[in-house]
Design a protein around this ligand. Sequence first.
Ligand code: NI
Ligand code: MN
Length: 226
Amino acid sequence: MKVSYHGHAVVKVETQGKTILIDPFINGNGLTDLKVENEKPDFIILTHGHNDHFGDTVELAKKNDALVIANAEIATYLGFQGVKAHPMHIGGSFEFEFGKVKLTQAFHGSSYTTPDNQIIYMGMPAGVLLMIEGKTVYHAGDTALFSDMKLIGERHPIDLAFLPIGDNFTMGPEDAATAASFLNPKLVVPIHFDTFPPIKQDPNNFISLLQVVDGKVLEVGESIEL
Ligand code: NI
Ligand code: MN
C-alpha cells in the first residue's frame, strides 16, 4: 500500500485499487498539494468534526460516491447532507472491503462550524487505526498525550504512526516524542504543524527528540510504501 502526506492532517492511503482519504481539508489548507476536483476517494475517514479535518468531505463524498467513515454524530450529520456514511464509535472496529478500521480515543474537541456559522457538536474526537494488507497505520487525529497510547501500541503493533506536533491545539514536539515512545511504532511521521501561525514548528526538532522510535519528516505529497 502507498501512504502519502498532504499537509496538515491529510493522509491518503492507496491499497488494492481503492483510495482512502483521512481528514480531507483541502480548500483553505495553505500547505496541501491536493485539489478537490482531482481527488477521487472511494472512502473518507474523519477523526473529528473540526473544520480543518472535516474539510471538503461533503463535496468529495458526493462527487465520488465515496463512503465516509466517522463517529456516529458526524455520520448522522453527513446522512442529512445526502452523503453515504458508516457510523462507528471509539473502541469499535469494522471490516471494510479495503481492511479494518478501529477508532481510538483522542483528547480534544469535535465541534463543526456549518457554512452558515452554526456550531454543532460532533461527539467525541477519535484517532484511527487502519489494518490493511497485514500492516497497521495509526492516525492520532488531534489529541493531547495520554498514557493509554501504550495500550494502543501493545494491542495493535503499529508500522506507521502519524502524530500531531503543532502544539497549541494538540501535543507539541516534546509530548509527541513521549507519545511515540508509548506507541512504539516502526516509524513515526509528524503532522498538524505549520498550517497556521500558532502551530509553527520545526519538524526536525521533533525527530531529534525521539529516543528509540525512528521518525521521518514527509514533504507535502511524499509517500511511504508499506
Ligand atoms: Ni481539531
Ligand atoms: Mn486540527
